[in-house]
Design a binder for this molecule. Structure first.
Ligand code: SF4
Length: 300
């Protein structure tokens, strides 16, 4: 059952622009997420083990967002809005509730640029709305000469392997659906790419897997691929660290110990691992002619 709640604010302003995704703001049309990825950073006691059980619709969100964007636009505070940062905007319930569609209509009215982050092919439903935003959005002054686009669409993958994805992202559309949706939005002329994150240590971070995913991203038309490592939080029964290690033990027991060691004393991976991952992604991206940032050119 979907819950409803009244909210006081919808638009989150970041202290500084995100260096990877260029967003200055974020909005979340829902609370909780039916895709239920085991590594999701929103996990914890608030939502329980099954994130979809506490899915919540913000019933007054349209009027609040409309007011907040009106006030920002009046002061010329244009910036890229990430849709979304703590839920997927295109879960199946979007078909019924259309909160994401409503958010996009408000974003268009106030002419803000938007970065859509999703694991779903349902985004194709909103192509005409997104085209209108792409044409009409007002960019922040310092991005006007480099970005030239009002819409960016990033599809998230932790792996291109269907079986592995089914273990770690049990409620999300299969990776191939995301890649096919990427191909559609590229055919429609959008700036679009892949967030390869989180890369799963010893599972989707092998040379073979990494190169395969980068090669597929390129062949489906991605303009960019941005990779990032896994973070795992908490030791409670519904925290991502606990649940992730349970799955590793069950499906990849031979990797369990060294994976545990990586997260021995921290929520993030050791700096040396991250640096090596970054380097390898760079090498494969160069080989396949795809860049590692939203703006710029691929290294040759
Ligand atoms: S799609 Fe994103 S927000 Fe939803 S469960 Fe997965 S990681 Fe979390």
């Amino acid at each position: 059952m979907i819950r409803e709640k009244i909210v006081k604010s919808v638009l989150n302003k970041h202290k500084r622009r995100d260096a990877w995704f260029l967003d200055d703001y974020s909005v979340n049309p829902y609370e909780g997420c039916g895709f239920n990825c085991v590594y999701c950073y929103i996990r914890g006691s608030k939502y329980g083990e099954n994130l979809s059980e506490k899915l919540t619709v913000k019933s007054n969100a349209f009027e609040i967002l409309d007011r907040q964007l009106f006030n920002r636009a009046k002061k010329g505070q244009y910036g890229i809005i990430a849709l979304a940062s703590a839920t997927d905007p295109y879960m199946p319930i979007e078909l019924k509730y259309e909160r994401t569609k409503g958010f996009l209509e408000i974003i268009l009215r106030h002419r803000f640029p938007v970065l859509v982050l999703t694991k779903s092919d349902l985004i194709i439903r909103d192509i005409s709305l997104l085209k209108a935003i792409d044409e009409r959005a007002i960019l922040p002054t310092d991005l006007k000469n480099t970005l030239h686009r009002g819409v960016m669409i990033s599809f998230s993958l932790s792996t291109a392997d269907e079986k592995i994805a089914a273990v770690f992202e049990p409620g999300a559309p299969a990776p191939i659906k995301r890649l096919e949706a990427l191909q559609v939005v590229k055919t429609e002329g959008f700036l679009s790419g892949i967030n390869l994150m989180p890369v799963l240590p010893f599972i989707s971070d092998t040379d073979e897997q990494l190169e395969d995913t980068i090669r597929m991203a390129k062949s489906y038309g991605a303009d960019y691929i941005i990779a990032g490592g896994l973070t795992l939080f908490g030791n409670g029964p519904t925290d991502s660290k606990t649940l992730y290690f349970k799955l590793i033990q069950k499906y990849f027991p031979e990797q369990a110990e060294r994976c545990r060691q990586l997260f021995d004393s921290s929520f993030s991976l050791p700096a040396a691992y991250q640096k090596q991952l970054e380097q390898r992604v760079k090498v494969f991206s160069k080989k396949h002619g795809i860049r590692n940032s939203i703006i710029g050119k691929a290294e040759i």
